[in-house]
Design a binder for this molecule. Structure first.
Ligand code: 3Y8
Ligand code: NAP
Length: 249
């Protein structure tokens, strides 16, 4: 009996969950519990951390998981690292459902930085109106750049003071639209956008809006991940579920 665990939290993970459910496969969808009301999925869900690598190994055994699918966001580096090690220890085949990074096209004015510290360094300088579209978890890295006015976008309303003095926060969850992001960025008179290279289409609206408005983008590149088998399509994942050995796992 095939019983995959999907490490989710992305648009692609949701699409995969639908395909797994439609195929009548008894999968489980996993959220970290970062948001107050995560979107329902067409598979049984579990919410919360596993308790590190050991906790994930125990979960894989206790739940009789036969396949581990890492469909997390490319910046969920710890989860992905834990998945590689736990799958190895538990002897469960692992695959990562990866989406290609965004690459700049004609009209894009992107400055690529390797990490969050690189984005902070790139933002140093005179006061600007910044769309800091990186969520909530890493805002404190920018607290030293108090000269700027920030536009933030959070999934849930903040439950306390934000680490940035001069900031406006909109509460919204994606996927976002070009029209919506363009309107937002024009209304806030944004001069520069800071984004993580998430890939996929759920978060790219701000980049298309930036191109339209001829705004520069500071693009934070993805953290490195340990080598693991990957697939880029739902069909490849479904095929892997039935033939894991085909991918040398
Ligand atoms: C809890 C599940 C779906 C998945 C939707 C995708 C698209 C919309 C765009 C901007 C960028 C950001 C953020 C973002 C996007 C999708 C996808 C994606 C970026 C939810 C969700 C969970 C999270 C966690 C949340 C992080 C935050 C990051 C907001 C649900 C809505 C900025 C990433 O407050 C917090 O602690 C938020 C934490 C991790 C990054 C951060 O560091 O703050 N995602 N986002 C998942 C869990 O608990 O396991 O609540 O329904 C999922 C989605 N967010 O099914 O439709 O596929 O990427 N998510 C980034 O890319 O920079 C917003 O505003 O333009
Ligand atoms: P992270 O930093 O890589 O992981 C930190 C810890 O959170 C993990 O060690 C694990 O806890 C727990 N965790 C993470 N993802 C989990 C999942 N899907 N199911 C169960 N536990 C999980 O993770 P993150 O960057 O905060 O991302 C958290 C979630 O938000 C993921 O589902 C990710 O796909 C989604 N997301 C993240 C981003 C982003 O920008 N980072 C963007 C969109 C969506 P234990 O060690 O206790 O097991």
């Amino acid at each position: 009996m095939i019983r995959p665990l999907i490490l989710g939290g992305t648009t692609e993970a949701g699409r995969l969950a639908q395909a797994v459910a439609d195929a009548g496969i008894a999968g489980i969808y996993s959220y970290a519990g970062r948001t107050a009301a995560p979107k329902a999925q067409p598979l049984p869900m579990r919410v919360g951390g596993f308790g590190g690598i050991d906790g994930l190994v125990d979960y894989l055994g206790a739940e009789g998981i036969t396949h581990l699918i890492d469909a997390t966001h490319p910046f969920a580096a710890s989860m992905s690292a834990h998945a590689v090690e736990a799958a190895r220890r538990a002897g469960v085949p692992l695959i990562a459902f990866e989406r290609a990074p965004w690459t700049p096209g004609p009209g894009d004015d992107w400055r690529s930085v390797p990490d969050m510290a690189g984005a902070v360094a790139a933002l140093d300088g005179p006061r600007r109106r910044v769309f800091l579209a990186i969520g909530r978890q890493h805002l404190d890295a920018f607290a030293g750049l108090s000269q700027h006015r920030y536009l933030l976008r959070l999934v849930d309303a903040p439950d306390g003071p934000l680490p940035l003095a001069d900031a406006v926060a909109v509460v919204d969850r994606g996927p976002f639209t070009l029209a919506g992001d363009r309107t937002l960025m024009e209304a806030q008179d944004i001069e520069v956008v800071v984004a993580k290279n998430a890939g996929g289409d759920g978060a790219r609206a701000k980049l298309d809006a930036a191109r339209t408005l001829r705004l520069p983008v500071i693009m934070i590149e993805r953290p490195a991940v340990a080598p693991r088998p990957t697939a880029g399509t739902i069909e490849a994942i479904l095929d892997w579920l039935h033939h894991p050995a085909d991918l040398g796992v």
